[in-house]
Design a protein around this ligand. Structure first.
Ligand code: NAD
Length: 480
Protein backbone atom coordinates (compact mmCIF):
# COMPACT_ATOMS: atom_id res chain seq x y z
CA UNK A 1 0.00 0.00 0.00
CA UNK A 2 1.54 3.26 -1.02
CA UNK A 3 1.62 6.26 1.26
CA UNK A 4 -0.28 8.51 -1.14
CA UNK A 5 -3.29 7.45 -3.14
CA UNK A 6 -3.75 9.12 -6.50
CA UNK A 7 -6.91 9.38 -8.57
CA UNK A 8 -6.53 7.88 -12.06
CA UNK A 9 -5.11 10.43 -14.53
CA UNK A 10 -5.02 8.68 -17.89
CA UNK A 11 -3.82 10.50 -20.98
CA UNK A 12 -6.57 10.49 -23.62
CA UNK A 13 -6.26 8.20 -26.60
CA UNK A 14 -8.49 10.61 -28.54
CA UNK A 15 -5.36 12.30 -29.84
CA UNK A 16 -4.60 9.14 -31.86
CA UNK A 17 -5.78 8.68 -35.39
CA UNK A 18 -4.82 5.06 -35.88
CA UNK A 19 -5.62 2.95 -38.90
CA UNK A 20 -6.97 -0.56 -38.48
CA UNK A 21 -4.10 -1.93 -40.54
CA UNK A 22 -0.76 -0.62 -41.76
CA UNK A 23 1.16 -1.50 -44.90
CA UNK A 24 4.86 -1.16 -45.59
CA UNK A 25 6.24 2.31 -46.35
CA UNK A 26 8.07 2.00 -49.66
CA UNK A 27 8.91 4.75 -52.15
CA UNK A 28 6.88 7.34 -50.24
CA UNK A 29 3.66 5.28 -50.14
CA UNK A 30 2.02 2.75 -47.86
CA UNK A 31 1.83 -0.50 -49.83
CA UNK A 32 0.62 -4.01 -49.03
CA UNK A 33 3.19 -6.48 -47.81
CA UNK A 34 3.31 -9.91 -49.37
CA UNK A 35 4.26 -11.73 -46.14
CA UNK A 36 1.53 -12.77 -43.67
CA UNK A 37 0.47 -9.84 -41.50
CA UNK A 38 0.70 -9.77 -37.69
CA UNK A 39 -1.09 -7.98 -34.88
CA UNK A 40 0.52 -5.43 -32.63
CA UNK A 41 -0.97 -5.41 -29.12
CA UNK A 42 -0.84 -3.26 -26.02
CA UNK A 43 1.35 -5.10 -23.49
CA UNK A 44 -0.60 -3.46 -20.65
CA UNK A 45 -3.84 -5.31 -21.39
CA UNK A 46 -3.10 -7.50 -24.44
CA UNK A 47 -5.72 -5.71 -26.56
CA UNK A 48 -5.24 -5.44 -30.31
CA UNK A 49 -3.99 -2.12 -31.64
CA UNK A 50 -3.61 -2.73 -35.38
CA UNK A 51 -2.75 -5.25 -38.06
CA UNK A 52 0.77 -4.82 -39.43
CA UNK A 53 2.12 -5.95 -42.79
CA UNK A 54 5.08 -8.25 -42.88
CA UNK A 55 7.75 -7.73 -45.54
CA UNK A 56 8.77 -10.75 -47.63
CA UNK A 57 12.13 -11.03 -49.41
CA UNK A 58 10.55 -9.42 -52.51
CA UNK A 59 9.23 -6.51 -50.42
CA UNK A 60 12.67 -5.91 -48.91
CA UNK A 61 14.06 -5.98 -52.43
CA UNK A 62 11.51 -3.36 -53.54
CA UNK A 63 12.37 -1.17 -50.57
CA UNK A 64 16.12 -1.39 -51.24
CA UNK A 65 15.52 -0.63 -54.94
CA UNK A 66 13.45 2.45 -53.96
CA UNK A 67 16.22 3.61 -51.62
CA UNK A 68 18.83 3.12 -54.36
CA UNK A 69 16.78 5.11 -56.91
CA UNK A 70 16.24 7.91 -54.40
CA UNK A 71 19.94 7.93 -53.58
CA UNK A 72 21.04 8.10 -57.23
CA UNK A 73 18.42 10.53 -58.49
CA UNK A 74 17.64 12.84 -55.59
CA UNK A 75 19.33 12.60 -52.25
CA UNK A 76 22.97 12.28 -53.32
CA UNK A 77 22.48 15.23 -55.70
CA UNK A 78 20.91 17.50 -53.13
CA UNK A 79 23.02 20.04 -51.23
CA UNK A 80 23.64 19.47 -47.53
CA UNK A 81 21.76 22.69 -46.88
CA UNK A 82 18.62 21.30 -48.54
CA UNK A 83 18.92 17.95 -46.78
CA UNK A 84 19.16 19.89 -43.54
CA UNK A 85 15.92 21.72 -44.33
CA UNK A 86 14.06 18.40 -44.55
CA UNK A 87 15.53 17.28 -41.23
CA UNK A 88 14.51 20.54 -39.56
CA UNK A 89 11.02 20.09 -40.98
CA UNK A 90 10.82 16.53 -39.63
CA UNK A 91 12.00 17.73 -36.19
CA UNK A 92 9.30 20.40 -36.09
CA UNK A 93 6.60 17.95 -37.18
CA UNK A 94 7.68 15.56 -34.42
CA UNK A 95 7.22 18.42 -31.96
CA UNK A 96 3.84 19.28 -33.43
CA UNK A 97 2.65 15.69 -33.16
CA UNK A 98 4.50 15.02 -29.87
CA UNK A 99 1.44 14.20 -27.81
CA UNK A 100 0.13 11.73 -30.36
CA UNK A 101 3.53 10.06 -30.68
CA UNK A 102 3.90 9.78 -26.91
CA UNK A 103 0.49 8.17 -26.49
CA UNK A 104 1.12 5.76 -29.38
CA UNK A 105 4.53 4.82 -27.94
CA UNK A 106 3.17 4.12 -24.47
CA UNK A 107 0.28 2.14 -25.93
CA UNK A 108 2.43 -0.08 -28.14
CA UNK A 109 5.50 -0.39 -25.90
CA UNK A 110 4.03 -0.26 -22.38
CA UNK A 111 6.34 2.51 -21.11
CA UNK A 112 4.87 5.16 -18.79
CA UNK A 113 3.49 8.20 -20.58
CA UNK A 114 5.59 10.52 -18.45
CA UNK A 115 8.68 8.89 -19.96
CA UNK A 116 7.49 8.83 -23.59
CA UNK A 117 6.20 12.41 -23.21
CA UNK A 118 9.16 13.88 -21.31
CA UNK A 119 12.10 11.77 -22.49
CA UNK A 120 11.58 9.74 -25.67
CA UNK A 121 9.72 12.17 -27.92
CA UNK A 122 11.64 15.34 -26.94
CA UNK A 123 14.90 13.45 -27.56
CA UNK A 124 13.60 12.30 -30.96
CA UNK A 125 13.03 15.93 -31.96
CA UNK A 126 16.40 16.99 -30.58
CA UNK A 127 18.18 14.25 -32.56
CA UNK A 128 16.68 15.53 -35.81
CA UNK A 129 17.41 19.16 -34.91
CA UNK A 130 20.99 18.29 -34.02
CA UNK A 131 21.78 16.36 -37.19
CA UNK A 132 19.87 18.87 -39.34
CA UNK A 133 22.54 21.32 -38.22
CA UNK A 134 25.35 19.01 -39.38
CA UNK A 135 24.02 18.36 -42.91
CA UNK A 136 25.68 21.42 -44.51
CA UNK A 137 28.86 21.31 -42.40
CA UNK A 138 30.28 17.91 -43.25
CA UNK A 139 33.16 19.42 -45.20
CA UNK A 140 34.32 21.44 -42.19
CA UNK A 141 34.06 18.91 -39.38
CA UNK A 142 37.38 17.10 -39.62
CA UNK A 143 35.66 14.16 -41.29
CA UNK A 144 38.17 13.88 -44.12
CA UNK A 145 38.91 15.97 -47.21
CA UNK A 146 35.78 15.13 -49.14
CA UNK A 147 33.29 13.23 -46.98
CA UNK A 148 30.74 11.36 -49.09
CA UNK A 149 27.71 9.26 -48.22
CA UNK A 150 27.92 5.47 -48.38
CA UNK A 151 24.68 4.90 -50.32
CA UNK A 152 21.83 2.74 -48.99
CA UNK A 153 21.74 1.99 -45.26
CA UNK A 154 19.82 -1.00 -43.83
CA UNK A 155 18.89 -0.22 -40.23
CA UNK A 156 17.38 -2.57 -37.65
CA UNK A 157 16.09 -1.39 -34.30
CA UNK A 158 14.77 -2.94 -31.05
CA UNK A 159 11.55 -2.45 -29.09
CA UNK A 160 12.74 -0.68 -25.95
CA UNK A 161 12.88 2.87 -27.39
CA UNK A 162 11.12 2.37 -30.72
CA UNK A 163 10.92 5.95 -31.94
CA UNK A 164 14.10 7.14 -30.26
CA UNK A 165 16.16 4.34 -31.81
CA UNK A 166 14.60 5.25 -35.17
CA UNK A 167 15.79 8.83 -34.68
CA UNK A 168 19.28 7.71 -33.62
CA UNK A 169 19.51 5.73 -36.85
CA UNK A 170 17.77 7.96 -39.39
CA UNK A 171 18.98 11.42 -38.42
CA UNK A 172 22.76 10.91 -38.93
CA UNK A 173 22.24 8.67 -41.99
CA UNK A 174 20.11 11.27 -43.75
CA UNK A 175 22.28 14.21 -42.69
CA UNK A 176 25.28 12.44 -44.21
CA UNK A 177 23.37 11.94 -47.46
CA UNK A 178 22.42 8.24 -47.31
CA UNK A 179 19.02 6.77 -48.06
CA UNK A 180 17.55 4.19 -45.73
CA UNK A 181 15.53 1.02 -45.34
CA UNK A 182 14.58 0.68 -41.68
CA UNK A 183 13.09 -2.31 -39.89
CA UNK A 184 11.36 -1.63 -36.57
CA UNK A 185 10.96 -4.38 -33.96
CA UNK A 186 7.96 -6.65 -34.42
CA UNK A 187 6.38 -5.84 -31.04
CA UNK A 188 6.61 -2.05 -31.49
CA UNK A 189 6.07 -1.01 -35.11
CA UNK A 190 3.40 1.64 -34.44
CA UNK A 191 5.34 4.87 -33.98
CA UNK A 192 7.61 4.12 -36.95
CA UNK A 193 4.48 3.94 -39.11
CA UNK A 194 3.11 7.20 -37.71
CA UNK A 195 6.57 8.62 -38.37
CA UNK A 196 6.17 7.51 -42.02
CA UNK A 197 3.10 9.79 -42.16
CA UNK A 198 5.30 12.59 -40.84
CA UNK A 199 7.76 11.95 -43.67
CA UNK A 200 4.88 12.32 -46.13
CA UNK A 201 3.81 15.54 -44.40
CA UNK A 202 7.40 16.79 -44.64
CA UNK A 203 7.39 16.07 -48.39
CA UNK A 204 10.58 14.05 -48.04
CA UNK A 205 11.41 12.81 -51.55
CA UNK A 206 10.01 9.32 -52.21
CA UNK A 207 12.34 6.45 -51.37
CA UNK A 208 14.73 8.39 -49.14
CA UNK A 209 13.31 6.52 -46.13
CA UNK A 210 11.54 3.17 -46.46
CA UNK A 211 10.10 1.28 -43.51
CA UNK A 212 9.65 -2.48 -43.69
CA UNK A 213 7.87 -4.14 -40.79
CA UNK A 214 8.27 -7.81 -39.95
CA UNK A 215 10.13 -10.18 -37.65
CA UNK A 216 13.77 -11.27 -37.49
CA UNK A 217 13.75 -12.92 -40.93
CA UNK A 218 12.83 -9.60 -42.55
CA UNK A 219 15.83 -8.08 -40.75
CA UNK A 220 18.07 -10.95 -41.86
CA UNK A 221 17.01 -10.41 -45.50
CA UNK A 222 17.76 -6.72 -45.24
CA UNK A 223 21.22 -7.36 -43.77
CA UNK A 224 22.10 -9.78 -46.57
CA UNK A 225 20.73 -7.71 -49.43
CA UNK A 226 23.58 -7.21 -51.93
CA UNK A 227 22.63 -3.59 -52.66
CA UNK A 228 22.83 -2.43 -49.03
CA UNK A 229 26.08 -0.52 -48.38
CA UNK A 230 25.82 -0.09 -44.65
CA UNK A 231 24.18 -2.06 -41.85
CA UNK A 232 23.35 -0.44 -38.53
CA UNK A 233 21.90 -2.68 -35.85
CA UNK A 234 20.71 -2.12 -32.31
CA UNK A 235 19.57 -5.20 -30.45
CA UNK A 236 20.77 -8.27 -28.65
CA UNK A 237 24.37 -9.49 -28.70
CA UNK A 238 23.32 -12.88 -30.14
CA UNK A 239 21.65 -11.35 -33.20
CA UNK A 240 24.53 -8.86 -33.49
CA UNK A 241 26.93 -11.80 -33.79
CA UNK A 242 24.80 -13.35 -36.58
CA UNK A 243 24.79 -10.05 -38.42
CA UNK A 244 28.57 -9.62 -38.07
CA UNK A 245 28.99 -13.09 -39.58
CA UNK A 246 26.59 -12.29 -42.45
CA UNK A 247 28.40 -9.05 -43.29
CA UNK A 248 31.94 -10.43 -42.92
CA UNK A 249 33.80 -10.58 -46.22
CA UNK A 250 31.49 -8.08 -47.94
CA UNK A 251 32.10 -4.39 -48.62
CA UNK A 252 29.32 -3.42 -46.20
CA UNK A 253 30.09 -1.13 -43.29
CA UNK A 254 28.70 -2.26 -39.95
CA UNK A 255 27.89 -0.69 -36.61
CA UNK A 256 26.50 -2.72 -33.71
CA UNK A 257 24.87 -1.36 -30.56
CA UNK A 258 24.27 -4.39 -28.39
CA UNK A 259 23.56 -5.35 -24.80
CA UNK A 260 25.02 -4.22 -21.50
CA UNK A 261 25.39 -5.02 -17.80
CA UNK A 262 26.42 -1.66 -16.40
CA UNK A 263 27.92 -1.13 -12.97
CA UNK A 264 26.53 1.74 -10.94
CA UNK A 265 29.19 2.37 -8.28
CA UNK A 266 28.21 4.11 -5.06
CA UNK A 267 31.09 5.23 -2.80
CA UNK A 268 30.60 5.92 0.89
CA UNK A 269 31.07 9.67 0.36
CA UNK A 270 28.24 9.82 -2.21
CA UNK A 271 25.28 12.15 -1.73
CA UNK A 272 22.99 9.30 -0.71
CA UNK A 273 19.62 10.92 -1.48
CA UNK A 274 20.74 11.70 -5.02
CA UNK A 275 22.32 8.30 -5.39
CA UNK A 276 19.05 6.57 -4.44
CA UNK A 277 17.23 8.52 -7.16
CA UNK A 278 20.05 7.71 -9.59
CA UNK A 279 19.91 3.99 -8.77
CA UNK A 280 16.13 4.00 -9.30
CA UNK A 281 16.46 5.90 -12.57
CA UNK A 282 19.37 3.69 -13.58
CA UNK A 283 17.52 0.39 -13.43
CA UNK A 284 13.78 1.06 -13.15
CA UNK A 285 13.50 3.68 -15.93
CA UNK A 286 11.61 2.10 -18.86
CA UNK A 287 11.07 -1.09 -16.77
CA UNK A 288 14.80 -1.76 -17.03
CA UNK A 289 14.44 -2.34 -20.79
CA UNK A 290 17.52 -0.20 -21.29
CA UNK A 291 20.76 -1.45 -22.85
CA UNK A 292 22.80 0.92 -20.67
CA UNK A 293 20.74 0.27 -17.48
CA UNK A 294 22.64 0.35 -14.19
CA UNK A 295 21.70 -3.26 -13.52
CA UNK A 296 24.65 -4.04 -11.21
CA UNK A 297 24.76 -1.84 -8.13
CA UNK A 298 28.23 -1.84 -6.59
CA UNK A 299 27.88 -0.27 -3.18
CA UNK A 300 30.67 0.35 -0.68
CA UNK A 301 30.31 -2.14 2.14
CA UNK A 302 30.14 0.48 4.93
CA UNK A 303 26.96 2.05 3.53
CA UNK A 304 25.36 -1.11 2.09
CA UNK A 305 22.61 -1.52 4.69
CA UNK A 306 21.66 2.14 4.69
CA UNK A 307 21.49 2.29 0.88
CA UNK A 308 19.43 -0.89 0.62
CA UNK A 309 16.96 0.22 3.32
CA UNK A 310 16.48 3.58 1.65
CA UNK A 311 16.20 2.00 -1.76
CA UNK A 312 13.49 -0.37 -0.58
CA UNK A 313 11.57 2.53 0.97
CA UNK A 314 11.82 4.48 -2.26
CA UNK A 315 10.75 1.54 -4.41
CA UNK A 316 7.72 1.04 -2.18
CA UNK A 317 6.43 4.43 -3.35
CA UNK A 318 6.68 3.66 -7.08
CA UNK A 319 3.37 3.28 -8.85
CA UNK A 320 3.05 0.36 -11.25
CA UNK A 321 0.16 0.27 -13.69
CA UNK A 322 -1.55 1.80 -16.71
CA UNK A 323 1.22 3.22 -18.94
CA UNK A 324 -1.13 5.98 -20.10
CA UNK A 325 -1.71 7.21 -16.53
CA UNK A 326 0.37 10.33 -15.89
CA UNK A 327 1.19 9.16 -12.35
CA UNK A 328 2.58 5.80 -13.41
CA UNK A 329 6.27 5.18 -12.69
CA UNK A 330 6.56 1.56 -13.84
CA UNK A 331 4.71 0.42 -16.94
CA UNK A 332 4.23 -2.95 -18.58
CA UNK A 333 6.89 -5.40 -19.71
CA UNK A 334 6.98 -5.22 -23.48
CA UNK A 335 6.07 -8.81 -24.34
CA UNK A 336 5.20 -12.21 -22.90
CA UNK A 337 8.55 -13.52 -24.15
CA UNK A 338 10.49 -10.79 -22.32
CA UNK A 339 8.47 -11.37 -19.15
CA UNK A 340 9.31 -15.08 -19.31
CA UNK A 341 13.02 -14.25 -19.62
CA UNK A 342 12.93 -11.87 -16.64
CA UNK A 343 11.13 -14.48 -14.53
CA UNK A 344 13.55 -17.21 -15.54
CA UNK A 345 16.66 -15.20 -14.69
CA UNK A 346 15.14 -14.02 -11.41
CA UNK A 347 14.34 -17.60 -10.43
CA UNK A 348 17.90 -18.56 -11.26
CA UNK A 349 19.13 -15.69 -9.06
CA UNK A 350 17.20 -17.09 -6.12
CA UNK A 351 18.32 -20.66 -6.82
CA UNK A 352 21.95 -19.49 -6.91
CA UNK A 353 21.59 -18.11 -3.40
CA UNK A 354 20.99 -14.37 -3.79
CA UNK A 355 18.30 -12.81 -1.61
CA UNK A 356 15.26 -11.57 -3.50
CA UNK A 357 13.14 -8.59 -2.46
CA UNK A 358 10.17 -7.39 -4.49
CA UNK A 359 8.24 -4.15 -4.08
CA UNK A 360 4.76 -4.77 -2.79
CA UNK A 361 2.51 -3.52 -5.58
CA UNK A 362 -0.72 -4.75 -7.05
CA UNK A 363 -0.22 -6.44 -10.41
CA UNK A 364 -3.00 -5.88 -12.98
CA UNK A 365 -4.95 -8.99 -14.07
CA UNK A 366 -4.20 -8.63 -17.75
CA UNK A 367 -0.99 -7.76 -19.56
CA UNK A 368 2.69 -8.37 -18.78
CA UNK A 369 4.01 -7.06 -15.49
CA UNK A 370 6.99 -7.49 -13.20
CA UNK A 371 7.31 -5.60 -9.92
CA UNK A 372 10.61 -3.81 -9.14
CA UNK A 373 12.96 -6.40 -7.67
CA UNK A 374 16.31 -6.26 -5.88
CA UNK A 375 18.75 -9.08 -5.31
CA UNK A 376 21.23 -8.65 -2.47
CA UNK A 377 24.15 -10.91 -1.61
CA UNK A 378 24.90 -11.31 -5.31
CA UNK A 379 28.27 -12.77 -6.25
CA UNK A 380 30.20 -11.98 -9.40
CA UNK A 381 29.72 -15.54 -10.65
CA UNK A 382 25.91 -15.46 -10.40
CA UNK A 383 23.96 -15.40 -13.66
CA UNK A 384 22.08 -12.28 -12.46
CA UNK A 385 25.45 -10.53 -12.12
CA UNK A 386 26.55 -11.56 -15.62
CA UNK A 387 23.54 -11.90 -17.95
CA UNK A 388 21.52 -8.98 -19.18
CA UNK A 389 18.05 -9.34 -17.60
CA UNK A 390 16.61 -6.38 -19.51
CA UNK A 391 13.93 -5.89 -16.89
CA UNK A 392 13.28 -4.14 -13.53
CA UNK A 393 15.76 -6.30 -11.61
CA UNK A 394 18.75 -4.91 -9.71
CA UNK A 395 21.69 -7.07 -8.60
CA UNK A 396 23.57 -5.65 -5.61
CA UNK A 397 27.26 -6.41 -4.97
CA UNK A 398 29.60 -4.80 -2.46
CA UNK A 399 33.19 -3.57 -2.49
CA UNK A 400 35.68 -2.16 0.02
CA UNK A 401 38.24 -0.21 -2.02
CA UNK A 402 38.15 1.75 -5.28
CA UNK A 403 40.43 -0.87 -6.86
CA UNK A 404 37.95 -3.61 -5.97
CA UNK A 405 35.07 -1.53 -7.36
CA UNK A 406 36.91 -1.05 -10.65
CA UNK A 407 37.83 -4.73 -10.93
CA UNK A 408 34.24 -5.80 -10.25
CA UNK A 409 32.77 -3.19 -12.60
CA UNK A 410 35.01 -4.35 -15.43
CA UNK A 411 34.34 -8.02 -14.73
CA UNK A 412 31.71 -8.37 -17.46
CA UNK A 413 31.68 -9.38 -21.11
CA UNK A 414 29.91 -6.08 -21.86
CA UNK A 415 31.15 -2.48 -21.79
CA UNK A 416 28.41 -0.04 -22.65
CA UNK A 417 27.99 2.26 -19.65
CA UNK A 418 28.77 2.82 -15.98
CA UNK A 419 27.92 5.22 -13.17
CA UNK A 420 29.97 6.66 -10.31
CA UNK A 421 28.53 8.32 -7.21
CA UNK A 422 31.02 10.22 -5.08
CA UNK A 423 31.53 13.63 -3.52
CA UNK A 424 35.12 13.80 -4.79
CA UNK A 425 35.79 14.98 -8.31
CA UNK A 426 39.30 13.52 -8.27
CA UNK A 427 37.97 10.09 -7.35
CA UNK A 428 35.34 10.28 -10.09
CA UNK A 429 37.95 11.12 -12.72
CA UNK A 430 40.40 8.48 -11.54
CA UNK A 431 37.76 5.73 -11.49
CA UNK A 432 36.11 6.79 -14.77
CA UNK A 433 39.48 6.57 -16.46
CA UNK A 434 39.80 2.91 -15.56
CA UNK A 435 36.28 1.74 -16.44
CA UNK A 436 35.95 -0.13 -19.74
CA UNK A 437 32.63 1.42 -20.70
CA UNK A 438 31.60 3.61 -23.61
CA UNK A 439 29.69 6.07 -21.41
CA UNK A 440 30.46 6.88 -17.79
CA UNK A 441 27.98 9.01 -15.86
CA UNK A 442 29.04 10.80 -12.67
CA UNK A 443 26.44 11.57 -10.00
CA UNK A 444 23.71 10.98 -12.56
CA UNK A 445 22.58 8.13 -14.79
CA UNK A 446 20.78 7.49 -18.08
CA UNK A 447 21.29 11.01 -19.44
CA UNK A 448 21.26 11.30 -23.22
CA UNK A 449 22.12 14.13 -25.53
CA UNK A 450 22.44 14.11 -29.33
CA UNK A 451 25.84 15.81 -29.17
CA UNK A 452 27.32 13.06 -26.99
CA UNK A 453 28.59 9.87 -28.64
CA UNK A 454 27.19 6.59 -27.33
CA UNK A 455 28.38 3.03 -27.90
CA UNK A 456 30.20 0.13 -26.37
CA UNK A 457 33.26 -2.04 -25.94
CA UNK A 458 33.55 -5.82 -26.11
CA UNK A 459 30.19 -7.61 -26.44
CA UNK A 460 28.32 -4.31 -26.31
CA UNK A 461 29.25 -3.76 -29.95
CA UNK A 462 31.28 -1.30 -31.97
CA UNK A 463 30.85 2.10 -33.59
CA UNK A 464 29.39 5.21 -32.00
CA UNK A 465 26.01 6.87 -32.39
CA UNK A 466 25.43 10.51 -31.54
CA UNK A 467 27.65 13.53 -31.85
CA UNK A 468 30.03 14.26 -34.70
CA UNK A 469 31.37 10.72 -34.22
CA UNK A 470 27.95 9.32 -35.17
CA UNK A 471 28.34 10.78 -38.67
CA UNK A 472 31.52 8.85 -39.40
CA UNK A 473 29.57 5.59 -39.57
CA UNK A 474 27.68 6.98 -42.57
CA UNK A 475 30.53 8.56 -44.53
CA UNK A 476 33.21 7.13 -46.79
CA UNK A 477 36.71 7.32 -45.39
CA UNK A 478 35.76 9.37 -42.32
CA UNK A 479 37.54 8.66 -39.06
CA UNK A 480 36.10 9.60 -35.67
P1 NAD B 1 16.75 -8.56 -30.83
O1 NAD B 1 18.18 -8.67 -31.20
O2 NAD B 1 15.98 -9.78 -30.62
O3 NAD B 1 15.96 -7.73 -31.94
C1 NAD B 1 16.38 -6.48 -32.40
C2 NAD B 1 15.90 -6.30 -33.81
O4 NAD B 1 16.57 -7.22 -34.64
C3 NAD B 1 14.42 -6.52 -34.04
O5 NAD B 1 13.96 -5.59 -34.99
C4 NAD B 1 14.38 -7.93 -34.61
O6 NAD B 1 13.27 -8.19 -35.42
C5 NAD B 1 15.65 -7.95 -35.43
N1 NAD B 1 16.21 -9.27 -35.68
C6 NAD B 1 16.02 -10.41 -34.97
N2 NAD B 1 16.73 -11.42 -35.52
C7 NAD B 1 17.39 -10.90 -36.58
C8 NAD B 1 18.32 -11.44 -37.53
N3 NAD B 1 18.70 -12.71 -37.48
N4 NAD B 1 18.83 -10.62 -38.47
C9 NAD B 1 18.48 -9.31 -38.51
N5 NAD B 1 17.60 -8.77 -37.65
C10 NAD B 1 17.07 -9.54 -36.69
O7 NAD B 1 16.77 -7.62 -29.58
P2 NAD B 1 15.52 -7.07 -28.77
O8 NAD B 1 15.11 -8.17 -27.86
O9 NAD B 1 14.52 -6.46 -29.67
O10 NAD B 1 16.19 -5.86 -27.97
C11 NAD B 1 16.79 -6.03 -26.78
C12 NAD B 1 18.29 -5.99 -26.91
O11 NAD B 1 18.71 -4.78 -27.56
C13 NAD B 1 18.98 -5.97 -25.57
O12 NAD B 1 20.02 -6.89 -25.56
C14 NAD B 1 19.53 -4.54 -25.46
O13 NAD B 1 20.61 -4.40 -24.65
C15 NAD B 1 19.79 -4.20 -26.87
N6 NAD B 1 19.80 -2.74 -27.05
C16 NAD B 1 20.99 -2.12 -27.24
C17 NAD B 1 21.04 -0.74 -27.40
C18 NAD B 1 22.35 -0.04 -27.61
O14 NAD B 1 22.35 1.11 -28.04
N7 NAD B 1 23.48 -0.67 -27.35
C19 NAD B 1 19.87 0.00 -27.37
C20 NAD B 1 18.66 -0.66 -27.18
C21 NAD B 1 18.64 -2.06 -27.03
Amino acid sequence: MSFLEYAPAPESKAVLNLKDSYGLFIDGEFVDGSGSSFTTISPADETRIAEIASASDEDVDRAVAAARRAYDKTWSKMSGRDRGKYLFRIARLVQERARELAVAESLDNGKPIKESRDVDVPLVASWFFYYAGWADKLDYAGLGANPRALGVAGQIIPWNFPLLMLAWKLAPALAAGNTVVLKPAETTPLTALIFAEILQQADLPAGVVNIVTGAGDTGATLVRHPDVDKVAFTGSTGVGRDIARAVAGTEKKLTLELGGKAANIVFDDAPVDQAIEGIVNGIFFNQGHVCCAGSRLLVQESIHDEVIDRLKNRLSTLRLGDPLDKNTDIGAINSAAQLARIRELSDIGEAEGAERWTADCAIPDKGFWFAPTIFTGVEASHRIARDEVFGPVLSVLTFRTPAEAIAKANNTPYGLSAGIWSDKGSRILAVADRLRAGVVWANTFNRFDPSSPFGGYKESGYGREGGRQGLTAYLKGAAA
